[in-house]
Design a protein around this ligand. Structure first.
Ligand SMILES: [Zn+2]
Length: 165
């Protein structure tokens, strides 16, 4: 395996939810995708943290709840390809049931996502220079020297605390 480039991890989250931008140089992946109707806040936070929206190659929701995937279609409309794991496909249409009209949730179109299997995910991310970050197991992450956990909610914490639990 080639040596991965320097990975940067930046939090562009808001409303007590963390949205992580994992980047290698100008190749970036957004992990978790914002609340519905908050594209303005997302754009402002990206700008504040020095992340050009056009450098985000993929958006990936860890799961299809509105605080993690509510902005997916708006990000797609802004040019961010939505990376969907096969196991997530059936959950996407269900998310709408948890939104209210005032949320201004934009339905996720199903015909223009980048749908891949877990097995493919490492190679797909590897092609944009992001190696072994998302799909790897905790053990593998630890073996590769990961020391901190960047959770969907709450503070960054040491890897060891996660493994002790
Ligand atoms: Zn959540």
């Amino acid at each position: 395996m080639s040596t991965p480039g320097q990975v940067t991890i930046v939090n562009v989250g808001y409303r007590s939810t963390n949205y992580w931008v994992i980047g290698v140089g100008r190749s970036r992946l957004l992990v978790d995708l914002g609340y519905p109707g908050t594209m303005g806040t997302m754009r402002a936070n990206l700008k504040r943290m020095g992340v050009p929206l056009e450098e985000i190659r993929y958006g990936l929701a860890t799961h299809y709840h509105i605080d993690h995937a509510g902005l997916a279609q708006e990000l797609k409309n802004a040019g961010v390809a939505l990376l969907v794991l096969e196991a997530q496909v059936s959950a996407i249409p269900l998310m709408k049931a948890w939104t209210k009209p005032r949320d201004q949730y934009l339905d996720i179109a199903m015909d223009n996502n980048v749908t891949i299997s877990f097995a493919e995910s490492r190679a797909v991310l590897g092609r944009i220079g992001i190696v072994g970050v998302v799909a790897a197991s905790w053990r593998l992450l630890r073996e590769r020297g990961a020391t901190r956990v960047y959770p969907g909610h709450g503070p960054v914490r040491p890897m060891s605390a996660e493994l002790a639990g």
